[in-house]
Unconditional design. Structure first.
Ligand code: HXC
Length: 279
């Protein structure tokens, strides 16, 4: 789909890059000539992922252990990364989430999600942004949100609050930092099965099947589809896109919104009758 050197020589920092969508994006970056620097709390996983992706793609990859909830750790890790030169882009991908009735949540449960998604993404964005601004160079921030950042969603309320905050950060800083050559965008995925998310969010087959059935395209997303969108937004070809959130969900969220979207419950005979009544 893209020329093989689309992201050549770019250094791209990916939070939560050891597994799931972060890992798929890291792989795509390497296939297109970039060097991803993957971060996560789990050192063993990072080491494994880095070895696997290097062997599969023949590309370069770096990793750092980092808990993005800890602002001092963020500062020190980002500063150590910068010692080898500036990065070109940051992907705020790391997230935490679980399915729960909201009235059962403790304040620690609320913080567990918001500290990763909202605070962590903000700390990372600031740590990179101020370095780009100090050096007078351009930068690119891509945040992975969800479509419920704008609709909200029952049963994942801390995540909805936090993702809405990341969207607000994206739009706000796109305007504030645009004149400094830093652009910020978001990708709003629908259902893309990953072990991390699915273990916590899809407790049984009933929910898993519902995801595919209620989607206008009749299926969940393929990781490669999301990785290609990310590659485009990381590339210089998308340089004029700033402050947007691009949806990739097969039409899922719109299907829940249109007032007559459920009218496929009508039979052919009922449709014929409706057409007849019109004459
Ligand atoms: C209620 C829960 C809970 C659950 C944890 N808690 N899981 N409460 N229901 N299922 C509560 C705990 O009881 C505790 O409160 C508090 O949260 C902190 O729990 P810890 O296990 O100590 O937290 P921690 O180790 O920090 O784990 C963070 C986490 C975990 C968010 C809870 O799930 C995590 O690390 N996730 C990372 C990976 C992940 O979730 N990825 C999916 C992202 S998907 P008490 O009061 O008992 O001390 C995504 C997009 C979704 O975001 C889009 C889908 C379409």
């Amino acid at each position: 789909m893209f020329v093989p050197d689309l992201l050549k020589n770019k250094r791209i920092l990916i939070t939560g890059g050891g597994s799931g969508l972060g890992k798929t994006m890291a792989r795509r970056c390497m296939e297109l000539g970039a060097t991803p620097i993957i971060c996560s709390r789990r050192e063993e996983l990072l080491e494994e992922t880095a070895a696997e992706l290097a062997a599969d793609t023949g590309g370069r990859i770096e990793w750092r252990r980092l808990d993005i909830r800890d602002p001092e750790a963020v500062e020190s890790v980002v500063s150590s990364i910068w010692e080898d030169g500036p990065i070109d882009a940051l992907i705020n991908n790391a997230a935490g989430n679980f399915l729960a009735r909201t009235e059962t949540l403790s304040h620690r449960a609320v913080d567990a999600v918001i500290n990763i998604v909202l605070h962590g993404s903000t700390y990372m964005t600031l740590a990179c942004g101020k370095r780009w601004i100090d050096a007078g160079i351009s930068g690119n921030v891509l945040s992975i949100i969800t479509t419920y950042a704008w609709t909200g969603s029952a049963f994942v309320v801390p995540s909805a609050i936090a993702k809405a905050g990341v969207l607000a950060m994206t739009r706000s800083l796109a305007v504030e930092w645009g004149p400094k050559g830093i652009r910020l965008n978001a990708i709003a995925p629908g259902p893309f099965p990953t072990d991390g998310a699915w273990d916590r969010l899809v407790p049984n087959e009933k929910l898993a099947t519902a995801w595919a059935e209620r989607n206008p395209l009749g299926r969940v997303g393929d990781h490669k589809e999301l990785a290609n969108l990310a590659a485009y937004l990381l590339s210089d070809g998308s340089a004029y896109i700033n402050g947007d959130a691009i949806t990739i969900d097969g039409g899922e969220w719109l299907a829940g919104a249109g007032q007559f979207n459920f009218a496929d419950i009508l039979t052919d005979e009922e449709w014929d009758n409706i057409a007849g009544n019109k004459k």
